[in-house]
Design a binder for this molecule. Structure first.
Ligand SMILES: CC(C)(COP(=O)(O)OP(=O)(O)OC[C@H]1O[C@@H](n2cnc3c(N)ncnc32)[C@H](O)[C@@H]1OP(=O)(O)O)[C@@H](O)C(=O)NCCC(=O)NCCS
Length: 421
């Protein structure tokens, strides 16, 4: 049985941060009702690759959901919303600050309508504090949560990371909060309000940089390859340094293309085996006992020389060949995989992490699969809904409206935009 079978979610989220969360919950079996304005989630039309078809931006974040269009600026639309709130376990939204309040639905009001409902909100900066009135997108959160200032190299500008830690990362945080609050509501009969700010989520994901920020009060950071000193104040950008207790770096391999790199962690326990393996072909048969690299402290101090030697060795091997050399030595390592590498990777396909789907508007397409594997409740991934695909179904099945009531709410404009004058 699906883990969240029987849980119904009223999903007012849009763009990426909220839909990431509701898609995961849908993959765990929740009945997610995507509640859209009559013109739909804006991402349906953004970055389109096929004319008149829902964009991949939308389809990749809204699988296994049902779609209903409701005009919240229309009294009949608000009535449909209230009826849905009464029948759902979770309500979630990631509007800009104050949008739901302007519709007349503060958390207090929602709680009054359905005391057991759990409500989840994503905001850029939360509902309190000097930034609370501001909107946010992914890179704004990366900028303000500390990620950008610590990504890149000291002599270059701050960089964003391709992983969507501001949007999707915040969606993951929200999913955890919602499930905890739902568990509590099932015991107490009382829902609660769950808020996740994107800036907070990014700070959480940058925890090790805060570790280093405080260590800098007491001295330099010996594992960093870039200069650091006591009293430096801010954690510096450190290129591809490992960020952990073990030394690590991205090493260029043959033939030298943009993704011909392998990330290697020279774990303390593997140095001997690694040095014995690569030393002879570098003309350094005694590398394992070389005093420059004898202890981890020596390797930290002389790490640029160590990386140079490993890079010299790697120049004769592709990233896959180097991986094959390192795996038997138990050296933690990973070739830098491009999207093309991953799309064709046997391991990825075997774990159903890149799955083919069909869609009435766009035909065959691919989605990234479900990364959380439940042994008794595997996710079955189904395509995203077209706009308003389930309007009638939801009015009938979920709200129990009969034909007369359905006709009435439609006539009153609950599900559509007012006609242009
Ligand atoms: C993402 C974001 C910047 C987009 O800004 P935006 O496009 O201006 O959208 P907003 O959420 O502010 O506003 C949505 C509008 O649609 C309207 N709307 C939404 N659902 C509606 C419905 N069912 N019926 C009628 N109107 C609806 C709202 O009333 C609002 O219009 P208003 O400003 O006239 O009240 C903003 O939503 C935001 O900051 N969200 C929180 C942080 C976040 O999640 N960001 C990451 C997104 S990946």
């Amino acid at each position: 049985m699906e883990a969240l079978k029987g849980v119904r979610i009223l999903d007012m989220t849009h763009v990426q941060a909220g839909p990431t969360c509701s898609q995961l919950l849908a993959w765990m079996g929740a009945d997610v009702i995507k509640f859209e304005p009559p013109q739909g989630d804006a991402t349906r039309g953004q970055l389109r690759d096929i004319a008149n078809a829902d964009s991949l931006y939308f389809t990749m974040l809204n699988c296994n959901k049902r779609s209903i269009t409701v005009n919240m600026k229309n009294p009949a639309g608000k009535k449909v919303f209230i009826d849905l709130v009464k029948r759902c376990d979770i309500l979630m939204e990631n509007f800009g600050p104050g949008v739901l309040d302007r519709f007349g639905f503060t958390w207090d009001k929602i709680h009054e309508i359905n005391p057991k409902i759990v409500m989840g909100s994503i905001k850029g900066f939360g509902s309190s504090g000097p930034y609370s009135d501001f909107k946010a997108y992914e890179n704004v959160a990366q900028a303000m949560g500390g990620a950008m200032s610590t990504t890149g190299v000291p002599e270059g500008p701050p960089f964003v990371t391709g992983a969507q830690i501001g949007d999707s990362g915040t969606g993951l945080h929200l999913a955890i909060g919602l499930l905890a609050a739902l568990h509590q509501a099932n015991r107490t009969g009382q829902g609660q309000y769950v808020e996740v700010a994107m800036m907070d989520g990014v700070m959480n994901l940058c925890r090790v940089k805060w570790r280093d920020h405080q260590r800098l009060e007491h001295g330099g950071l010996s594992e960093y390859s870039v200069p650091t000193h006591a009293g430096m104040g801010e954690t510096p950008r450190a290129g591809n340094d490992s960020g952990g207790g073990q030394l690590g770096n991205a090493i260029q391999c043959k033939p030298g293309g943009p993704n011909d790199f392998i990330y290697i962690v020279v774990q303390e326990a593997v140095w001997n085996a690694l040095a014995q393996s690569i030393g002879p072909s570098l003309g350094l048969p005694e590398l394992a006992s070389d005093p420059r690299f004898a202890t981890i402290a020596d390797r930290r101090k002389n790490q640029s020389q160590m990386w140079d030697l490993i890079t010299r060795f790697a120049a004769n091997h592709t990233k896959r060949e180097f991986m094959m050399i390192l795996n038997p030595l138990n050296v933690p390592c990973g070739p830098i995989m491009s999207t093309q590498d991953l799309a064709q990777d046997e391991h990825v396909r075997g774990r159903e992490m890149y799955v083919e789907l069909d869609h009435p508007q766009r035909g065959k397409w691919w989605n990234v699969g479900m990364p959380i594997k439940l042994s008794a409740s595997p996710a079955i991934i189904k395509r995203s809904p077209t706009l308003g695909e389930h309007n009638d179904e939801i009015l009938q099945q979920v709200l129990g409206y009969g034909p007369a009531e359905m006709a009435q709410v439609k006539e009153a404009g609950a599900l559509s935009l007012p006609p242009k004058k």
